[in-house]
Design a protein around this ligand. Structure first.
Ligand code: CUA
Length: 339
């Protein structure tokens, strides 16, 4: 076998291992200060525990090898032997090594724990409220008319600390964006906080990390980290009310939306729809996914979702609304104007 041929499988294996360490939902690819700190703890633990494991295995192998060579009758039963001072020194060294490893682990985790509790200066404040099974996201503007209300998508500016205020409307959930920070529970009747300072522009995925009922697995959200200008522009678009639909299908769709059960649960700013049981839909089409990360936000997925939400996400609060296929098309045509 040539050297190149031998190197190829090793290279492929390394590439595979490294591929497992990157992605939009992994702690091994930190994209923010808090995730990076947690990564330091993980690497320290891996190195310290890895060294200890290898040492224990090496001593075990050595002891087994020695025991085979020395017959049991040769072992002294009582009294001090010439080997004992060396054994004592060895044990003392071993104990010192264990103590040093534990002190290192304790110090690193203490320092990281402290840094996780602190947000930087001038933090952005975002309110996230968990519901079975979706996320409401709110940004408070300088004026009430500048508040942003959205769902299942968290937008953050890069290099600016953010404090995320976490609440729950029903049961205990857990907010987790592995690339940015650790987990934090959302508990009914209590407010928790998690500090996040994103350091890389990009799209990430968050996931509810506490079993919260039937559709716990389908309770994800998108996280989009943008530069300051991009974040500003996004905020400005989100503040705007929904425009009036123009096409006949969309006009009919809006009427249907307002006369069927949709309006009971969803809000569309600038219209009479003001429900809060389900996600705000004012800028629905600006989002990448629907039904909390369950489906991509496409026309076909919207149609499928409205036609049979219980089939796609059994147990969701969204009921199946009786619509003919032309009515369904009209409602989707209206939703598509919500950009
Ligand atoms: Cu919400 Cu699991």
């Amino acid at each position: 076998m040539s050297q190149d041929a031998r190197r190829a499988p090793a290279g492929a294996l390394l590439a595979l291992l490294l591929a497992g360490c990157s992605g939009i939902q992994t702690t091994l690819d930190p994209a923010g200060d808090q995730a990076r700190d947690i990564d330091v703890v993980w690497r320290t633990m891996l190195v310290v525990c890895g060294i200890m494991y290898l040492l224990v295995m090496a001593f075990l192998a050595w002891a087994l090898w020695r025991a085979r060579r020395a017959p049991a009758s040769d072992m002294p039963v009582t009294g001090e032997t010439a080997a004992e001072p060396a054994l004592r020194r060895g044990l003392a060294g071993w104990a010192a090594l264990i103590a040093a490893g534990l002190v290192l682990l304790t110090t690193v985790s203490f320092l990281v724990d402290r840094s996780l509790a602190e947000a930087g200066p001038d933090p952005l404040r975002v309110k996230v409220t968990a519901n079975q099974w979706w996320w409401q996201v709110e940004y408070e503007g300088a004026l009430p008319s500048e508040n942003v209300l959205t769902a299942n998508e968290l937008h953050l500016p890069v290099d600016r600390p953010a404090i995320i205020e976490l609440k729950s409307n029903d049961v205990i959930h857990s907010f987790w964006v592995p690339n940015l920070a650790g987990k934090m529970d959302l508990i009914p009747g209590r407010t928790n906080y998690v500090a996040v300072t994103p350091r890389r522009i990009g799209a990430f995925r968050g996931q509810c990390a506490e079993f919260c009922g039937f559709q716990h697995a389908k309770m994800a959200f998108d996280v989009k980290v943008d530069d300051a200008t991009g974040f500003e522009a996004w905020t400005r678009r989100q503040i705007a009310s929904a425009p009036d639909p123009v096409s006949p299908a969309a006009v009919t769709g809006k009427q249907l939306f307002g006369s069927k059960a949709c309006v009971m649960c969803h809000r569309v700013q600038g219209t009479d729809a003001g429900g809060s049981t389900g996600p705000d839909l004012t800028h629905l089409m600006s989002r990448s996914h629907i039904a909390a990360g369950t489906l991509p936000n496409t026309r076909a997925a919207l149609q499928a979702w409205i036609a049979d939400p219980q089939g796609i996400k059994p147990g969701t609060k969204m009921p199946r609304v009786e619509l003919s296929s032309s009515e369904l098309n009209a409602v989707v045509a209206y939703l598509e104007t919500l950009r």
